[in-house]
Design a protein around this ligand. Structure first.
Ligand SMILES: Cc1ncc(COP(=O)(O)O)c(C=O)c1O
Length: 382
């Protein structure tokens, strides 16, 4: 095997989850998904597709009607985006890998804003690129960007700036002025922006979604935005996403898709079409439920002495630290084995997250959050 692959770290979240194997009493909040099942009309559409015998390959870029549907959906949120800029992918993570394959090769430099979901920073490494990490910084539990530092690290030698906002794990969300400054800077340095905006709708501010680079970029800017059906439509297990490419980028993406998945399964794409046809209030209602979970968990965490945490403006996670617990992996393992509480160690998101813990609040059952908080209190001997 290639040395770059051998050297990839294993998932620290899985390491904690493995400590709970065979136990049914663990309250697990470690993975990034809701406990709500995919909406019925979406499941029906996929089932009907299979019943109708849609078991064949589709176009590399996805069904034309799904590309059209995604373009209309994205245009409603961000202004006109043509279907010629859309590529359907077998998940957000595959879309991100495709974006990296399109842009970077051996020796290229990628600047990444961290801490971040580890898949993002592993992808360029797999391709032989070098990743420069620029860390968000916590202030009273809220993580923020040092814009000047990031601008100084992105130079003419930087091939890609990789930003995930709203951010997993911190919930940090780019502001419009920060986005504008980054876009203008990258235009000057000739750097591509790969924006992971899969949490854009899981936004608790005064807007239907978080600020997107698509709102301010032109169709010819060096920008690729990765999107997913997973989070906004409760479709994590379906593996469906899309890329918004610059004008003229679709042919290259189609070519590359052929060598990866060739295409997303047609019945899954039919599910995606049904998701886009859900009533307009579906996502806002989901966000309302997530917000209830967020507020319940955050109130509970903020009431604990020795816990540092801030209310996240986006995403589905509380990112917090407990005084005296600097080894997040060890602490997370003790929480599972001793108290049946499953949360993700901050170290899973890079050294910058060490000492912190990530708790996914995407549950319909607020009592589960209360029960989890009680277990944390017990672990802290409160
Ligand atoms: C930041 C971020 N990007 C992308 C994804 C990919 O989502 P999916 O591959 O399920 O579409 C995830 C999933 O957790 C994520 O947290």
């Amino acid at each position: 095997m290639r040395a770059a692959i051998e050297a990839l770290p294993g998932s620290k979240i899985r390491e904690v989850a493995n400590a709970a194997l065979g136990r049914s009493d663990v309250l697990a909040f470690w993975f990034g998904e809701s406990d709500e099942v995919t909406p019925e009309p979406v499941r029906q559409a996929a089932a009907q597709s299979l019943t109708a015998g849609e078991t064949f390959y589709s176009h590399n870029l996805g069904l034309p009607e799904l590309r059209e549907g995604v373009a209309r959906y994205a245009s409603r949120l961000h202004g006109p985006i043509s279907a010629e800029r859309i590529a359907i992918t077998s998940s957000g993570v595959t879309g991100l890998m495709l974006a990296m394959q399109l842009l970077v090769g051996g020796g290229d430099e990628v600047v990444a804003v961290v801490p971040v979901w580890p898949n993002l920073t592993a992808q360029p490494v797999i391709l032989g690129a070098h990743v420069t990490r620029v860390s968000l910084r916590p202030k009273n539990g809220a993580w923020g960007l040092d814009l000047e530092e990031l601008l100084s690290r992105v130079t003419v030698n930087t091939r890609v700036l990789l930003v995930n906002a709203p951010n997993n794990p911190t919930g940090w969300t780019l502001t419009r002025p920060e986005q504008q400054a980054l876009l203008e800077h990258c235009r000057r340095t000739g750097t591509w922006i790969v924006a992971d905006e899969v949490y854009e709708r899981l936004f608790y501010g005064d807007a239907p979604c978080a600020p997107s680079f698509l709102d301010i970029a032109t169709p010819t800017d060096r920008l690729i935005v990765a999107q997913s059906f997973s989070k906004s439509f409760l479709m994590t297990g379906w593996r469906l996403g899309w890329l918004v490419l610059p004008q003229g980028g679709q042919d290259a993406a189609g070519k590359l898709l052929e060598f990866n998945s060739s295409c997303a399964p047609v019945f899954v794409q039919r599910g995606g079409l049904a998701a886009l046809a859900l009533p307009d209030d579906f996502v806002p209602a989901l966000v309302g439920r997530l917000k209830a979970g967020r507020d319940r968990l955050l109130a509970g965490l903020q009431a604990l002495p020795g816990v540092t945490v801030a209310v996240p403006p986006g995403g589905m996670y509380a990112f917090f630290r407990v005084d005296g617990q600097d080894d997040s992996l060890g602490f997370a393992k003790r929480l599972v084995s001793g108290f049946g509480l499953g949360i993700a160690p901050g170290a899973a998101f890079g050294d910058e997250g060490e000492g912190w813990l990530r708790w996914c609040f995407a549950t319909r059952d607020l009592q589960r959050l209360d029960d989890g908080l009680a277990r944390l209190r017990a672990a802290m001997s409160l």
